[in-house]
Write a protein of this length. Structure first.
Length: 336
C-alpha cells in the first residue's frame, strides 16, 4: 500500500510539474496569424505617421509665414502708435496719469483694443490717425493669436508623431519576439507569407537592380521608370527618397509619380479617397495597388509584376502580384 501511495504521489507530482511547466510553443499557423495582425497595425500606424508628418510640415510653413506677417504688422503698429502719441491731447499726457500714458506706449495690442474708447478720447478729433492705430492693433493682435495657435498645434503634432513612431516600433519588437518562438526554418515560412516575403519568387527578381527598358513617353511610363530605379533602396518609414534616405510604401509611389510631374497625396488613405478606382482587368503600368485595409500600396509595372517598398529591414523589390500575402490582402487598384 505504501508503494502504491508513493507511486500515486509521484504520478501526481509529475502531472502537476507538467501543468506548471512551459506552455507549448505556438504553431506556425498561430504565429502567422499574429504576424498578419501586427502587419496590418503597422501599415496603419505608418500611414498615420505620414499624415501627421504632412500636417506638421504644413504647420511649420504656416508658422514661418505668420512670423513674417507679425513682423510687418508690428512695424505698422509701432509707426501708427508714434503718430497717435504725437497728436494726443496734451492735457491727458501731462496729467500724470501713468495708466493713460502707458496705454499709448503699450506693446500689447490686445490691451489697446480693450481700451479703444480711451484712445479715442486721448486723440480728440484726429479720428483718421486714431482709427489707423486701432486697425493696426487689431491686425497685430490677430496675428499674435494665430502664431500662438500654430505653435501649440505644432507641439501637439510633434508629440503625436513621436507617439506613433514609438507605437509602431513596439509593433516591430512584438513581431520579432513572436517570430523568435519558432525555429529558423519556421520563421522563413512565416516571413515568406508576409508582406515583402515574395522576394525573388514567382517570376519576380526581388531586390536585384533591373534596368528599365520600357517606354518613357507618358507620365505613367516615367513613374514606372522611377520605381525601377528605386529597386534595392531601403524601406524607411516616413521617407520619400531619394534612395540614400529610403522610402516607405506610399512615399515611393508618390515620389515616382512626382518625377513624372503628377502630384498625388502622401498617404494611402488620401490616395485611395482621391484617385479614380479601376478594376484589375484594366490594370496598366503605373497604376497603384492597395492592400491590408488600404494601409499598404505598391505600383503595378506590367506583366503581372509590381514594385513595392515592403517593411523595415527590407528593400524596395520587384515581385509578382501573385505573391501569397498580396493576394490575400488585396483591396483594389487606383490610377493617378
Amino acid at each position: 500500500m505504501i508503494g502504491v501511495a508513493i507511486l500515486l504521489a509521484g504520478g501526481l507530482a509529475a502531472a502537476v510539474t507538467q501543468r506548471a511547466g512551459a506552455q507549448p510553443k505556438p504553431t506556425i499557423a498561430q504565429v502567422q496569424a499574429k504576424v498578419n495582425v501586427l502587419t496590418a497595425k503597422f501599415n496603419k500606424a505608418v500611414q498615420q505617421y505620414d499624415q501627421v508628418s504632412v500636417q506638421l510640415t504644413a504647420a511649420k510653413a504656416r508658422l514661418k509665414q505668420v512670423n513674417k506677417e507679425m513682423a510687418s504688422d508690428q512695424a505698422a503698429y509701432n509707426s501708427a502708435r508714434v503718430k497717435v502719441v504725437q497728436i494726443a491731447d496734451a492735457s491727458y499726457m501731462d496729467s500724470g496719469s501713468t495708466s493713460l500714458a502707458g496705454l499709448l506706449t503699450s506693446n500689447d495690442p490686445a490691451q489697446v483694443m480693450s481700451e479703444a474708447s480711451i484712445v479715442m478720447q486721448l486723440t480728440g478729433a484726429r479720428n483718421l490717425q486714431t482709427q489707423q492705430f486701432l486697425n493696426t492693433a487689431h491686425q497685430l493682435a490677430s496675428v499674435q493669436q494665430e502664431q500662438q495657435r500654430t505653435e501649440y498645434g505644432i507641439a501637439l503634432l510633434a508629440k503625436q508623431r513621436q507617439h506613433t513612431k514609438t507605437y509602431f516600433q513596439g509593433l516591430l519588437n512584438t513581431e520579432k519576439a513572436t517570430l523568435a518562438t519558432l525555429t529558423a526554418a519556421q520563421q522563413a515560412v512565416v516571413q515568406q507569407n508576409n508582406v515583402g516575403g515574395g522576394t525573388g519568387g514567382n517570376g519576380g527578381s526581388g531586390t536585384t537592380k533591373v534596368p528599365y527598358t520600357g517606354p518613357t513617353s507618358s507620365q505613367a511610363d516615367k513613374a514606372v521608370q522611377y520605381a525601377y530605379g528605386a529597386i534595392g533602396c531601403p524601406y524607411v518609414w516616413g521617407a520619400t527618397g531619394p534612395c540614400s534616405s529610403g522610402y516607405d510604401c506610399s512615399g515611393l509611389v508618390m515620389a515616382a509619380w512626382a518625377s513624372a510631374g503628377v502630384t498625388i497625396p502622401r498617404d494611402t488613405y488620401e490616395q485611395w479617397a482621391g484617385l479614380p478606382h479601376i478594376s484589375t482587368s484594366s490594370l496598366q503600368p503605373g497604376d497603384l495597388l492597395y492592400y491590408s485595409g488600404i494601409g499598404h500600396v505598391a505600383m503595378y509595372v506590367g506583366n503581372g509584376k509590381m514594385i513595392d517598398a515592403p517593411v523595415p529591414g527590407e528593400n524596395v523589390e520587384l515581385i509578382s502580384m501573385n505573391t501569397s500575402w498580396y493576394v490575400q490582402n488585396f483591396d483594389g487598384a487606383a490610377r493617378p
